[in-house]
Each structure stands twice: as structure tokens, then as C-alpha cells.
Design a protein around this ligand. Structure first.
Ligand SMILES: *[C@@H]1O[C@H](CO)[C@@H](O)[C@H](O)[C@H]1NC(C)=O
Ligand SMILES: *[C@@H]1O[C@H](CO)[C@@H](O)[C@H](O)[C@H]1NC(C)=O
Ligand SMILES: *[C@@H]1O[C@H](CO)[C@@H](O)[C@H](O)[C@H]1NC(C)=O
Ligand SMILES: *[C@@H]1O[C@H](CO)[C@@H](O)[C@H](O)[C@H]1NC(C)=O
Ligand SMILES: *[C@@H]1O[C@H](CO)[C@@H](O)[C@H](O)[C@H]1NC(C)=O
Length: 493
């Protein structure tokens, strides 16, 4: 086995890393879990806050009408209308996860509003009623907002339930464009309290609606993610999310099963807007945001799906020791092969005949491959199978992640070879075994290891990728501790 085919050890891993964006203790077993640390929660919070800043505006408030007696003027009917919050600036916010759900608090935010004002009064001494109108800008300062919600598992989807939502405003400053001198004081006296409560109510209501919207979005997310047209990753949530000490643990089923060709995921718009929002969030803290744990059963399920999809066959016609793919290279080991087909090129048809079951051990992944290798002789355009060997190769892979690349090394533990059939008579299988095993250890594996040492770039997910990732293997689990960062941000730093 050589060339592209032998990279199959790593194929499973890279396949899985395709989905590393968003971990496992519950009665039901999840095979992939995400332990989102304080820092990760902070990232999600910043994301939610930015989303709120943009989705809350423009926020239209109902008009307010009131009459007031003004000395020397009389009773004035005043109206403020077309009230709109145009911008909200959040200065500081915190997130806490605990038994009572997730609480996000924002303090000292401010907002800019505009409105139209108008008044009218009439008196017996006036020939016609007096009226005037204009616009005003309003600054809302010292806004504290608290929102809490419960995160639970509803039939395999995450469900957000708003628990509490409140907003309080400290100060409101109104700046009138135009108007009479008495009007300003009048407006303040009449509307200040009402405006404050209108802003507080509107924001609480809109945030609650926001959570309901986010919830329906979460519930509508697919339960499966297609993988290269042959399988699907089961992303059904398993067990309730665990909230503790400001960390959040989510588990998904995580197994891969065979599927017919799938359509592309139906959420491009959603992801595009998420990308846009997420791209602006800076990261500083060195602690990892998320630990992704992956059980060896995930690898086994991927391996079975690949196997069932007939993807474990390779024609090997290029190896680092190309002389082994010519009958001349076998002249002294299988003399009859050379005699019958002198100086003909050969290729190897490698078929793995049972799905490999990777085992995750301390710092390595052990794998045993059972394969049939048919030797084909290529003679003037004709492919003639001449012999078939049954081969068992066991080895281990030690993966690492460095600078956004996944790499590793492969070691060979055992190698067995037996002859299955031959069209060129009997020969010394022992010699063939020694030659092949030597070629594997001294030429082919070193060659593959040089390639693996260069590493493969970690896949990105909708503009996001793992950053500062570390990979640890032990006791059936692979753990990847990582930050998540926008690809754009990475290219700048
Ligand atoms: C309402 O306010 C917006 C600005 O927030 C302004 O563009 C619009 O013209 C106003 N509508 C009326 C009827 O005054
Ligand atoms: C949140 O959900 C969990 C799991 O369903 C439940 O045990 C808990 O009582 C809920 N908390 C609140 C405050 O509703
Ligand atoms: C918005 O409000 C802030 C503080 O309340 C103020 O400094 C800023 O000038 C306002 N912006 C506009 C466009 O009115
Ligand atoms: C996906 O995982 C869930 C939860 O473990 C399980 O109930 C469901 O049967 C799985 N779906 C498939 C198609 O295997
Ligand atoms: C490779 O060998 C398998 C049997 O081991 C056979 O079914 C298949 O057709 C062969 N493929 C080629 C391209 O020779």
C-alpha cells in the first residue's frame, strides 16, 4: 500500500474535522461533545449582543399623547410620535451559566432615538388654535439589560426558553429642534417617565421575541450533516445541555451513517449572516474556548460508511520505489513472473475487505487493516491479474495539530502476508513478505511520513476555523482543545 491510498489513516480524522464547530456525561451517550469554556461563552455572548444591537433597531415605539396646563398659556395637547430607536451601543456585558439557566447582563448601554413632537392649544382670546411641530433627538443613557433563558434538549434539538427579560433606563436627554421656550420643560415633565417606560418595555419585548426567533432557528437546524455524498453525521443533541461554573457542555450523537447523495445544506443565508457578524469579534484570552471530544465509535462509523460505499479500493501505480512496479524488480524473487512478462510494468489493486476499527489509545490511534492485494501486469494495454496476496497490516498514527494544520506520523507494528491465489505457479511467499515489509518500513512509510509531517490545513467551517488547537488521544477519546476564529482575522494576525 502506498501513495494516496495509505493516507487513509488520516482520512478519517480530516473527514471528521470538517464539522468541528460547535461535548458528555448523561444517561444517553453522545459520541461527540463540546465543552464550551467561559471564554467560549463570552464569544457566544458577544455574538448575541451584536446580534441584538443590530436586530433591535430601528425599534418603533407607540406614540404618546397628553394634555398639560402651562401657566399663562392654558391647556396644551402634546403629542410625541414616530418614536424610533436608531442605534444601541453596548459598552460592557457579562454572561453566567448556572442552575437557573444562562444569564446575559448588559450595563451602561446607551441608545439614540428620534421622534416628532407636536402641540396644539386654543384660548378664548385667540382667533385660531396655535399649533407647532418639529423633530427631536433623544439620548438614552445608563441602560441596564438582563436576559435569562433556559437551554434544554427538545427531541434532539436545542430549545431556548426565555425565563426573564428586563431593561431599566437611568436618564433620557431630549434635544428639540425648534419649539417654544416653555415647550422643552413641558415635554420633559409630561413625557420623561412615559418615554423611559416605553423604551424599557419595547426593548424587553423585542429581546424576548429575539430569543423566541433564535429558538425556532435552533429547532429548525438539520439533525444530519451530509458528508461527501456518501454519509451523514448525526448531529442530534443527546441529553440536556449541562451548565456549570460558567461552562456549557453539549453532546451530539456524532455517529456517521450511510446516506444517498444529499442536497447541499439549506442554510446558506443564515451562515452568511452569521459569518458577517462573527467576523468582527476580537479574541484575546489565551485559554481555549472549546474542547471537542470525539469517541472512537465516530471513527468506526466513518470507516464503516466509507467501506460500505466501496471507497476502500485503490489502484497503486506510483510508489517511491518505482522499480518494485516492474517485473524486473521481482526477477530474483518471483523468477517465473519475470520470465513470462519480462520488463512489464505492474500495478497493485488494493482492496480493504473489512472496515477498519480504529482504537484510540494514549497519544495514538491504533489501526489494523485487512486487505487483498492483486498484482496486475500491464502488457501492451492489457491488464492481467497474476497473483493475489492477503495482507494484514497493523500500525498506529500519532496525530498532532500545529499552526492550523493537522499532521502526524504513522508507525508499522505488524505485517502478515499470505498467498491467496496465483496464475504463475508457486513461489516463495516468505521472500515476498520480507521484500514488501522492508519496502514498507524503509521506503513507503518514511515517504508518507514526510508528507504527513508537512500537515494538512484544517478545514474551515463557514469562514471559521480552529485556532491554537491541540489534540490529545487517550482511552477511546480524542480531545481537541481550541479557539475558534474567523479566517479573515487569522490572515491579518
Ligand atoms: C419618522 O422618523 C424618521 C427618522 O427616524 C423619518 O425619516 C421619517 O420621515 C419620520 N416620519 C414622519 C411621518 O415624520
Ligand atoms: C431548565 O431546564 C431544566 C431541564 O429541563 C430544568 O430541570 C430546570 O428546572 C429549568 N430551569 C428553569 C429555571 O426553568
Ligand atoms: C448618541 O448618544 C450618545 C450618548 O448618549 C451621544 O454621545 C451621541 O452623540 C449620540 N449620537 C447621535 C447621532 O445623536
Ligand atoms: C441520531 O441520534 C439520535 C440520538 O442518539 C438517535 O435517536 C437517532 O436514531 C439517530 N438517527 C439515525 C438516523 O441514526
Ligand atoms: C481489484 O480487485 C478486486 C477483487 O479483489 C476486483 O473486484 C476489482 O475489479 C479489481 N479492480 C480493478 C480495477 O482491477
Amino acid at each position: 500500500m502506498a501513495g494516496s491510498g495509505s493516507v487513509s489513516f488520516f482520512l478519517f480524522l480530516s473527514l471528521l474535522l470538517n464539522f468541528s464547530t460547535t461535548h458528555v456525561n448523561s444517561n444517553e451517550q453522545g459520541y461527540i461533545s463540546f465543552d464550551i469554556s467561559n471564554k467560549g461563552l463570552d464569544f457566544i455572548k458577544q455574538f448575541l449582543v451584536q446580534m441584538a444591537e443590530t436586530s433591535l433597531v430601528p425599534l418603533d415605539l407607540p406614540k404618546i399623547e397628553k394634555s398639560k396646563h402651562i401657566p399663562l398659556i392654558g391647556t396644551v395637547n402634546m403629542l410625541i410620535s414616530n418614536l424610533s430607536i436608531n442605534k444601541i451601543h453596548v459598552i460592557s456585558s457579562t454572561v453566567k451559566a448556572g442552575d437557573t439557566g444562562i444569564v446575559i447582563s448588559v450595563s451602561g448601554a446607551y441608545a439614540n432615538m428620534t421622534m416628532n413632537w407636536g402641540y396644539e392649544y386654543s384660548n378664548w382670546w385667540l382667533p385660531v388654535p396655535v399649533m407647532d411641530s418639529g423633530v427631536a433627538s433623544i439620548q438614552v443613557e445608563g441602560m441596564d439589560v438582563g436576559i435569562s433563558f433556559n437551554l434544554t434538549n427538545n427531541q434532539g434539538s436545542l430549545m431556548l426558553t426565555p425565563l426573564d427579560c428586563g431593561c431599566s433606563v437611568k436618564d433620557i436627554f431630549i434635544k428639540l429642534n425648534g419649539g417654544a421656550s416653555w415647550l422643552y420643560q413641558g415635554l420633559i415633565e409630561v413625557f420623561e417617565g412615559r418615554l423611559t417606560s416605553a423604551v424599557e418595555n419595547a426593548i424587553s419585548k423585542k429581546l424576548r421575541q429575539g430569543i423566541v426567533k433564535l429558538d425556532s432557528l435552533l429547532q429548525s437546524l438539520p439533525k444530519e450533516i451530509p458528508i461527501r455524498n456518501i454519509g451523514a453525521l448525526n448531529v442530534t443533541f443527546v441529553g440536556d445541555p449541562q451548565l456549570r461554573d460558567s461552562s456549557l457542555i453539549l453532546s451530539i450523537n456524532g455517529l456517521i451513517s450511510a446516506r444517498e447523495a444529499h442536497a447541499a445544506p439549506a442554510y446558506p443565508h443564515l451562515f452568511a449572516s452569521l459569518e458577517h457578524l462573527l467576523a468582527s469579534i476580537p479574541l484575546k484570552d489565551p485559554a481555549s474556548m472549546v474542547t471537542i471530544s470525539l469517541h472512537e465509535k465516530v471513527l468506526t462509523s466513518a470507516s464503516s460508511v466509507y467501506y460500505d460505499a466501496n471507497k476502500m479500493h485503490w489502484i497503486v501505480d506510483k510508489i517511491p520505489e518505482q522499480s518494485l512496479l516492474n517485473t524486473a524488480g521481482w526477477r530474483f524473487i518471483i523468477p517465473q513472473l519475470y520470465r513470462r512478462y519480462p520488463n512489464d510494468d505492474m500495478n497493485l489493486n488494493v482492496s480493504i475487505y473489512s472496515p477498519p476499527h480504529p482504537k484510540i489509545d494514549d497519544d495514538q490511534i491504533d489501526l489494523t487493516i485487512h486487505a487483498d492485494v492483486v498484482i496486475n501486469v500491464l502488457n501492451s494495454g492489457e491488464v492481467t491479474p497474476v497473483a493475489c496476496f492477503s495482507m494484514i497490516v497493523s500500525g498506529s498514527a500519532s496525530p498532532w495539530i500545529s499552526k492550523n494544520s493537522l499532521g502526524g506520523s504513522i508507525g508499522l507494528d505488524e505485517f502478515y502476508l499470505s498467498l491467496k491465489w496465483s496464475k504463475i505457479g508457486n513461489f516463495h511467499v516468505n521472500l515476498v513478505r520480507v521484500l514488501m515489509s522492508t519496502a514498507l518500513r524503509t521506503v513507503i512509510l518514511p515517504y508518507i511520513n514526510i508528507k504527513l509531517a508537512r500537515g494538512y490545513p484544517l478545514p474551515t467551517f463557514h469562514g471559521y476555523m480552529l485556532q491554537n488547537a491541540k489534540i490529545l488521544c487517550s482511552d477511546s477519546w480524542i480531545k481537541i482543545c481550541s479557539d475558534v476564529a474567523a479566517v479573515k482575522q487569522l490572515s491579518i494576525s
